[in-house]
Design a protein around this ligand. Structure first.
Ligand code: ATR
Length: 275
């Protein structure tokens, strides 16, 4: 029996074990996925154990995505660009760090949302770890113009500097936000504003501004944030964070097993666990 793990700060709420164990069953793979709640001081030993021949690798989530980086042997381009690792692959005892949030976001947008952002103007809200993955994916996909807005402007500038090698990211002031959202085709929210239990019901846009074509919110709890409800009511295409979660998991599963991921099975398992 092979093992894969989630290295998390708290294992109390995660859809990943349901999603990956359903996928392993569907593939007939003798493998099991388990969430581990780890304090920062426990991380180095947990990562070292991933080198075991019986271990496929791991997912990494809040708050360990940055701290695992120096514990790994190699990094994918997306992991280097974002400075964050959400997937570790054990290749014969050597640990590779990947960031499948970026590819997961883009597959969700294109395959589920039916939206190709190439050549489009896009506004990104937020400048945390998720924003880095989304910004990297958007810059790689050939957007015409990408602007970022964040409550703490300095974090938005840091994001723009970090992703500079991949393209220009314009940092918006509060005064610029409304106008730029209205001229953009796509708006992506990566802030936690609207998240269930945190700021449910709140909207990350200080004003009632919407883009021209589509709004993505990487939140999936609740399934429709206030932002998505407003966008839907205005006739825009909307997408929540569940497809991104499923595709980042699908990309990780393929890295571990070399097999095409059973995406429909993974989505059904995630939806069932969420219900
Ligand atoms: P993640 O890794 O999921 O991106 P994070 O790094 O904690 O999480 O980032 C959270 C994002 O939500 C940040 O952009 C944060 O803004 P700040 O950089 O100003 O902290 C944003 N955020 C959280 N609460 C917010 C609020 N009440 N209003 C506006 N932005 C908020």
């Amino acid at each position: 029996m092979k093992r894969a793990f989630l290295l998390a700060g708290s294992a109390s709420y995660t859809l990943s074990p349901a999603m990956h164990n359903a996928a392993f069953r569907a593939l007939g793979a003798r493998a099991h996925y388990e969430a581990l709640a780890l304090a920062a001081a426990e991380l180095p030993e947990a990562v070292a154990r991933l080198r075991d021949p019986g271990c496929l690798g791991a997912n990494v989530t809040i708050p360990h995505k940055l701290a695992v980086v120096p514990l790994l042997d190699t990094l994918s381009e997306a992991a280097r660009a974002t400075g964050a690792v959400n997937t570790i692959v054990n290749r014969g005892g050597a640990l590779e760090g990947h960031n499948t949030d970026a590819a997961g976001f883009m597959r969700a947008l294109k395959e589920d949302g039916g939206y190709d952002p190439a050549g489009q103007e896009v506004v990104l809200l937020g400048a945390g770890g998720s924003a880095r993955a989304v910004a990297y994916a958007l810059l790689r996909s050939g957007v015409a113009r990408l602007a970022v807005y964040n409550r703490t402007l300095e974090r938005a500038h840091a994001l723009a500097r970090a992703l500079g090698p991949y393209g220009e990211l314009e940092v918006l002031s509060p005064a610029q936000l409304k106008g730029r959202v209205r001229s953009a085709a796509l708006l992506v929210n990566t802030t936690s504003v609207g998240l269930s239990g945190v700021q449910e019901g709140a909207s990350p846009l200080p004003e009632d501004a919407l883009p021209r074509a589509m709004v993505c919110d990487i939140i999936y709890r609740p399934p429709q944030t206030t932002l998505l409800k407003r966008a839907s009511a205005a006739g825009l295409a909307v997408q929540n964070g569940l497809p991104m979660l499923v595709y980042q998991g699908a990309e990780a599963l393929t890295l571990w097993t070399g097999l095409p991921a059973p995406v429909a099975v993974m989505r059904a398992a995630a939806e069932a666990a969420l219900a």
